[in-house]
Design a protein around this ligand. Sequence first.
Ligand code: ADE
Length: 325
Amino acid sequence: MDFYILTLFPEMVMNGLSASITGRAMENGAISAEAIDIRDYSHDKHHHVDDGPYGGGAGLVMQPGPVVEAYEALCERLGKKPRLIYMTPQGRVFDQELAKELAKEPELVFLCGHYEGVDERALELICTDQISIGDYVLTGGELPAMVAIDCISRLVPGVLHNEDSAEEESFQDNLLEYPQYTRPEVFRDMQVPPILLSGHHQKIHQWRRQQSIIRTLERRPDLLETAQLTKKEREFLEELLKERSGNAAADTSKMYNEEADAPELHGQGADRSKLHGESADKREPNSAETYASGPDGAGICASGPSTVDPAISAALPDTDGSVSA
Ligand code: ADE
Protein backbone atom coordinates (compact mmCIF):
# COMPACT_ATOMS: atom_id res chain seq x y z
CA MET A 1 0.00 0.00 0.00
CA ASP A 2 1.38 3.38 -1.00
CA PHE A 3 0.26 6.45 0.93
CA TYR A 4 0.70 9.99 -0.40
CA ILE A 5 0.00 12.92 1.87
CA LEU A 6 -0.61 16.40 0.46
CA THR A 7 0.34 18.72 3.30
CA LEU A 8 1.88 22.02 4.35
CA PHE A 9 3.83 20.16 7.07
CA PRO A 10 5.63 17.24 5.41
CA GLU A 11 8.11 16.69 8.27
CA MET A 12 5.30 16.39 10.80
CA VAL A 13 3.70 13.56 8.84
CA MET A 14 6.92 11.76 7.97
CA ASN A 15 8.30 12.03 11.51
CA GLY A 16 5.09 10.58 12.92
CA LEU A 17 4.82 7.72 10.45
CA SER A 18 8.52 6.82 10.61
CA ALA A 19 8.20 5.74 14.24
CA SER A 20 7.08 2.40 15.61
CA ILE A 21 5.16 -0.16 13.54
CA THR A 22 4.43 2.05 10.53
CA GLY A 23 8.14 2.97 10.43
CA ARG A 24 9.14 -0.68 10.44
CA ALA A 25 6.54 -1.41 7.73
CA MET A 26 8.03 1.35 5.61
CA GLU A 27 11.49 -0.14 6.08
CA ASN A 28 10.39 -3.64 5.10
CA GLY A 29 8.38 -2.37 2.14
CA ALA A 30 4.91 -3.45 3.29
CA ILE A 31 3.82 0.19 2.99
CA SER A 32 5.32 3.38 1.67
CA ALA A 33 4.54 6.95 2.65
CA GLU A 34 5.45 10.11 0.78
CA ALA A 35 4.58 13.58 1.99
CA ILE A 36 4.08 16.07 -0.84
CA ASP A 37 4.56 19.71 0.09
CA ILE A 38 1.63 21.71 -1.32
CA ARG A 39 3.79 24.82 -1.07
CA ASP A 40 5.99 23.45 -3.86
CA TYR A 41 3.03 24.05 -6.19
CA SER A 42 2.53 27.69 -5.22
CA HIS A 43 2.92 30.23 -8.01
CA ASP A 44 3.45 33.01 -5.54
CA LYS A 45 7.01 34.28 -5.09
CA HIS A 46 6.54 34.08 -1.32
CA HIS A 47 5.15 30.55 -1.66
CA HIS A 48 1.76 31.57 -0.31
CA VAL A 49 -0.93 28.94 -0.63
CA ASP A 50 -3.80 30.66 1.18
CA ASP A 51 -5.85 33.83 1.06
CA GLY A 52 -8.80 35.50 2.80
CA PRO A 53 -12.29 34.11 2.13
CA TYR A 54 -14.49 35.72 -0.51
CA GLY A 55 -17.51 37.23 1.23
CA GLY A 56 -15.43 38.11 4.26
CA GLY A 57 -14.90 36.40 7.55
CA ALA A 58 -12.03 35.31 9.73
CA GLY A 59 -9.11 33.11 8.79
CA LEU A 60 -7.54 31.97 5.54
CA VAL A 61 -8.64 29.48 2.92
CA MET A 62 -6.23 27.20 1.05
CA GLN A 63 -6.20 28.19 -2.62
CA PRO A 64 -7.34 25.64 -5.20
CA GLY A 65 -4.37 25.94 -7.59
CA PRO A 66 -1.54 24.46 -5.50
CA VAL A 67 -3.76 21.68 -4.10
CA VAL A 68 -5.12 20.58 -7.49
CA GLU A 69 -1.74 20.83 -9.19
CA ALA A 70 -0.03 18.80 -6.46
CA TYR A 71 -2.57 16.02 -6.98
CA GLU A 72 -2.44 16.20 -10.78
CA ALA A 73 1.36 16.01 -10.79
CA LEU A 74 1.14 12.90 -8.62
CA CYS A 75 -1.47 11.30 -10.92
CA GLU A 76 0.72 11.97 -13.92
CA ARG A 77 3.69 10.36 -12.19
CA LEU A 78 1.66 7.30 -11.15
CA GLY A 79 -0.25 7.02 -14.42
CA LYS A 80 -3.53 6.72 -12.49
CA LYS A 81 -5.89 8.68 -10.26
CA PRO A 82 -5.93 7.17 -6.77
CA ARG A 83 -8.69 7.98 -4.28
CA LEU A 84 -8.13 11.36 -2.68
CA ILE A 85 -9.31 11.65 0.89
CA TYR A 86 -9.82 15.11 2.35
CA MET A 87 -9.51 15.04 6.14
CA THR A 88 -12.22 17.27 7.60
CA PRO A 89 -14.56 17.29 10.61
CA GLN A 90 -17.38 17.47 8.03
CA GLY A 91 -16.57 14.04 6.60
CA ARG A 92 -17.81 10.52 7.22
CA VAL A 93 -16.65 9.38 10.64
CA PHE A 94 -13.73 6.99 10.31
CA ASP A 95 -14.24 3.50 11.72
CA GLN A 96 -12.87 -0.01 11.38
CA GLU A 97 -15.23 -0.85 8.50
CA LEU A 98 -14.01 2.10 6.48
CA ALA A 99 -10.40 1.21 7.34
CA LYS A 100 -10.98 -2.31 5.97
CA GLU A 101 -12.46 -0.92 2.77
CA LEU A 102 -9.59 1.54 2.25
CA ALA A 103 -6.95 -1.12 3.01
CA LYS A 104 -7.93 -2.82 -0.27
CA GLU A 105 -6.70 0.14 -2.35
CA PRO A 106 -3.19 -0.04 -3.80
CA GLU A 107 -2.67 3.71 -3.26
CA LEU A 108 -4.37 6.39 -1.19
CA VAL A 109 -3.87 10.13 -1.24
CA PHE A 110 -4.67 12.21 1.85
CA LEU A 111 -5.26 15.94 1.63
CA CYS A 112 -4.58 17.78 4.89
CA GLY A 113 -6.36 21.10 5.22
CA HIS A 114 -5.34 24.00 7.40
CA TYR A 115 -6.77 27.34 8.38
CA GLU A 116 -10.44 27.61 7.41
CA GLY A 117 -10.26 24.72 4.95
CA VAL A 118 -9.72 24.24 1.24
CA ASP A 119 -11.40 26.15 -1.61
CA GLU A 120 -14.52 24.17 -2.50
CA ARG A 121 -13.64 24.05 -6.21
CA ALA A 122 -10.50 22.04 -5.49
CA LEU A 123 -12.58 19.53 -3.57
CA GLU A 124 -15.13 19.32 -6.41
CA LEU A 125 -12.35 18.58 -8.87
CA ILE A 126 -10.21 16.02 -7.06
CA CYS A 127 -11.77 14.80 -3.83
CA THR A 128 -13.33 11.32 -3.79
CA ASP A 129 -13.85 10.93 0.00
CA GLN A 130 -14.14 13.20 3.02
CA ILE A 131 -13.25 11.67 6.37
CA SER A 132 -13.47 12.91 9.96
CA ILE A 133 -11.76 11.18 12.86
CA GLY A 134 -14.37 12.41 15.34
CA ASP A 135 -16.62 15.24 16.38
CA TYR A 136 -13.95 17.67 17.44
CA VAL A 137 -11.89 20.22 15.53
CA LEU A 138 -8.11 19.98 15.21
CA THR A 139 -5.76 22.63 13.84
CA GLY A 140 -5.12 20.67 10.66
CA GLY A 141 -5.62 17.41 8.81
CA GLU A 142 -2.15 15.96 9.46
CA LEU A 143 -2.92 14.18 12.72
CA PRO A 144 -6.22 12.81 11.33
CA ALA A 145 -4.38 11.56 8.22
CA MET A 146 -1.78 9.87 10.44
CA VAL A 147 -4.52 8.25 12.50
CA ALA A 148 -6.19 6.88 9.38
CA ILE A 149 -2.89 5.72 7.85
CA ASP A 150 -1.87 3.97 11.07
CA CYS A 151 -5.20 2.17 11.30
CA ILE A 152 -5.26 1.17 7.61
CA SER A 153 -1.60 0.07 7.67
CA ARG A 154 -2.11 -2.52 10.37
CA LEU A 155 -4.62 -4.23 8.06
CA VAL A 156 -2.08 -4.45 5.23
CA PRO A 157 -0.44 -7.90 5.01
CA GLY A 158 3.12 -7.89 6.35
CA VAL A 159 2.69 -4.87 8.63
CA LEU A 160 1.94 -6.71 11.86
CA HIS A 161 4.30 -9.54 12.65
CA ASN A 162 1.60 -11.72 14.08
CA GLU A 163 -1.03 -11.60 11.34
CA ASP A 164 -3.63 -12.94 13.75
CA SER A 165 -3.48 -9.96 16.04
CA ALA A 166 -5.16 -7.65 13.52
CA GLU A 167 -8.17 -9.95 13.69
CA GLU A 168 -8.24 -10.64 17.43
CA GLU A 169 -8.45 -7.12 18.74
CA SER A 170 -11.17 -4.64 19.51
CA PHE A 171 -14.07 -4.59 17.09
CA GLN A 172 -13.70 -8.21 16.09
CA ASP A 173 -17.32 -9.20 15.42
CA ASN A 174 -18.22 -5.69 16.63
CA LEU A 175 -17.23 -6.53 20.21
CA LEU A 176 -14.66 -4.76 22.36
CA GLU A 177 -11.54 -6.70 23.26
CA TYR A 178 -11.47 -8.84 26.40
CA PRO A 179 -9.15 -7.87 29.29
CA GLN A 180 -5.51 -8.89 28.92
CA TYR A 181 -3.07 -10.01 31.63
CA THR A 182 0.65 -10.78 31.71
CA ARG A 183 3.28 -11.58 34.36
CA PRO A 184 3.29 -11.37 37.32
CA GLU A 185 0.51 -13.74 38.28
CA VAL A 186 -0.28 -11.67 41.38
CA PHE A 187 0.11 -7.90 41.31
CA ARG A 188 -0.73 -5.91 44.47
CA ASP A 189 -2.97 -8.69 45.70
CA MET A 190 -4.74 -8.88 42.34
CA GLN A 191 -4.65 -12.34 40.85
CA VAL A 192 -4.76 -13.14 37.15
CA PRO A 193 -8.06 -14.92 36.43
CA PRO A 194 -7.12 -18.59 37.02
CA ILE A 195 -8.90 -19.74 33.87
CA LEU A 196 -6.15 -18.04 31.85
CA LEU A 197 -3.58 -20.26 33.59
CA SER A 198 -5.61 -23.42 33.11
CA GLY A 199 -4.29 -24.28 29.65
CA HIS A 200 -7.86 -25.12 28.63
CA HIS A 201 -7.97 -23.33 25.29
CA GLN A 202 -11.64 -23.81 24.55
CA LYS A 203 -12.68 -22.51 27.99
CA ILE A 204 -10.25 -19.60 27.70
CA HIS A 205 -11.78 -18.69 24.34
CA GLN A 206 -15.28 -18.90 25.82
CA TRP A 207 -14.29 -16.78 28.83
CA ARG A 208 -12.74 -14.16 26.60
CA ARG A 209 -15.82 -13.97 24.39
CA GLN A 210 -17.99 -13.55 27.49
CA GLN A 211 -15.70 -10.83 28.82
CA SER A 212 -15.94 -9.08 25.45
CA ILE A 213 -19.72 -9.20 25.64
CA ILE A 214 -19.77 -7.87 29.22
CA ARG A 215 -17.31 -5.12 28.35
CA THR A 216 -19.22 -4.11 25.23
CA LEU A 217 -22.49 -4.04 27.16
CA GLU A 218 -20.88 -1.82 29.79
CA ARG A 219 -18.98 0.55 27.55
CA ARG A 220 -20.42 0.48 24.03
CA PRO A 221 -23.88 -1.06 24.15
CA ASP A 222 -24.57 0.51 20.74
CA LEU A 223 -22.16 -2.00 19.17
CA LEU A 224 -24.14 -4.98 20.42
CA GLU A 225 -26.94 -4.39 17.93
CA THR A 226 -24.68 -5.50 15.12
CA ALA A 227 -22.33 -7.79 17.07
CA GLN A 228 -21.90 -11.27 15.64
CA LEU A 229 -22.77 -13.68 18.43
CA THR A 230 -23.39 -17.40 18.52
CA LYS A 231 -26.73 -18.63 19.83
CA LYS A 232 -25.15 -19.39 23.23
CA GLU A 233 -23.51 -16.00 23.37
CA ARG A 234 -26.79 -14.30 22.58
CA GLU A 235 -28.39 -16.23 25.44
CA PHE A 236 -25.52 -15.13 27.69
CA LEU A 237 -26.16 -11.49 26.72
CA GLU A 238 -29.89 -11.83 27.23
CA GLU A 239 -29.23 -13.29 30.69
CA LEU A 240 -26.96 -10.36 31.55
CA LEU A 241 -29.55 -7.87 30.35
CA LYS A 242 -32.34 -9.59 32.26
CA GLU A 243 -30.31 -9.78 35.47
CA ARG A 244 -29.17 -6.21 35.06
CA SER A 245 -32.63 -4.75 34.61
CA GLY A 246 -33.88 -6.90 37.51
CA ASN A 247 -31.17 -5.59 39.82
CA ALA A 248 -31.11 -1.98 38.74
CA ALA A 249 -33.45 -0.64 41.44
CA ALA A 250 -31.79 -2.59 44.26
CA ASP A 251 -28.34 -1.54 43.10
CA THR A 252 -29.19 2.15 43.03
CA SER A 253 -30.35 2.15 46.63
CA LYS A 254 -27.24 0.21 47.61
CA MET A 255 -24.96 2.72 45.95
CA TYR A 256 -26.62 5.77 47.47
CA ASN A 257 -27.23 4.46 50.98
CA GLU A 258 -24.92 1.73 52.13
CA GLU A 259 -21.96 2.77 49.99
CA ALA A 260 -22.08 6.52 50.51
CA ASP A 261 -18.28 6.63 50.71
CA ALA A 262 -17.67 4.56 47.61
CA PRO A 263 -15.80 6.33 44.83
CA GLU A 264 -18.10 7.89 42.29
CA LEU A 265 -18.16 6.05 39.01
CA HIS A 266 -17.31 8.40 36.17
CA GLY A 267 -17.12 6.70 32.81
CA GLN A 268 -14.72 3.81 32.46
CA GLY A 269 -11.31 4.98 33.55
CA ALA A 270 -10.74 6.94 36.70
CA ASP A 271 -12.89 4.83 38.97
CA ARG A 272 -11.17 1.57 38.13
CA SER A 273 -7.79 2.37 39.62
CA LYS A 274 -9.51 3.48 42.80
CA LEU A 275 -11.43 0.28 42.98
CA HIS A 276 -8.26 -1.74 42.41
CA GLY A 277 -6.51 0.34 45.04
CA GLU A 278 -9.08 -0.57 47.68
CA SER A 279 -7.27 -2.13 50.66
CA ALA A 280 -7.21 -5.90 50.67
CA ASP A 281 -9.00 -6.24 54.01
CA LYS A 282 -11.96 -4.18 52.77
CA ARG A 283 -12.47 -6.48 49.82
CA GLU A 284 -14.60 -9.56 49.72
CA PRO A 285 -12.59 -12.74 49.21
CA ASN A 286 -12.12 -13.15 45.46
CA SER A 287 -13.83 -9.88 44.73
CA ALA A 288 -11.21 -9.02 42.15
CA GLU A 289 -12.37 -11.97 40.10
CA THR A 290 -15.92 -13.01 40.44
CA TYR A 291 -16.32 -16.48 39.09
CA ALA A 292 -19.75 -17.43 38.12
CA SER A 293 -21.58 -20.02 36.23
CA GLY A 294 -22.60 -18.63 32.86
CA PRO A 295 -26.02 -19.29 31.38
CA ASP A 296 -24.62 -22.18 29.39
CA GLY A 297 -23.12 -23.72 32.50
CA ALA A 298 -19.52 -22.75 31.76
CA GLY A 299 -17.43 -21.22 34.50
CA ILE A 300 -16.91 -17.55 33.75
CA CYS A 301 -14.95 -14.88 35.46
CA ALA A 302 -16.64 -11.53 35.57
CA SER A 303 -13.44 -9.88 36.89
CA GLY A 304 -15.28 -7.98 39.62
CA PRO A 305 -15.04 -4.22 39.58
CA SER A 306 -12.10 -4.08 37.20
CA THR A 307 -14.13 -5.03 34.15
CA VAL A 308 -17.75 -5.26 35.12
CA ASP A 309 -20.36 -2.68 35.85
CA PRO A 310 -21.43 -3.10 39.53
CA ALA A 311 -24.96 -3.71 38.29
CA ILE A 312 -23.76 -6.59 36.14
CA SER A 313 -21.45 -7.98 38.84
CA ALA A 314 -24.30 -7.97 41.29
CA ALA A 315 -26.49 -9.66 38.73
CA LEU A 316 -24.17 -12.60 38.25
CA PRO A 317 -24.78 -15.73 40.33
CA ASP A 318 -22.78 -16.44 43.51
CA THR A 319 -19.20 -17.48 43.15
CA ASP A 320 -16.87 -20.15 44.42
CA GLY A 321 -13.67 -18.66 43.04
CA SER A 322 -12.77 -21.78 41.13
CA VAL A 323 -12.48 -22.75 37.52
CA SER A 324 -14.89 -25.37 36.42
CA ALA A 325 -13.14 -28.27 34.72
N1 ADE B 1 -9.34 18.44 10.59
C1 ADE B 1 -9.62 19.14 11.70
N2 ADE B 1 -10.34 18.42 12.56
C2 ADE B 1 -10.53 17.20 11.96
C3 ADE B 1 -11.21 16.01 12.34
N3 ADE B 1 -11.85 15.91 13.50
N4 ADE B 1 -11.18 14.98 11.49
C4 ADE B 1 -10.55 15.09 10.31
N5 ADE B 1 -9.92 16.17 9.89
C5 ADE B 1 -9.89 17.23 10.71
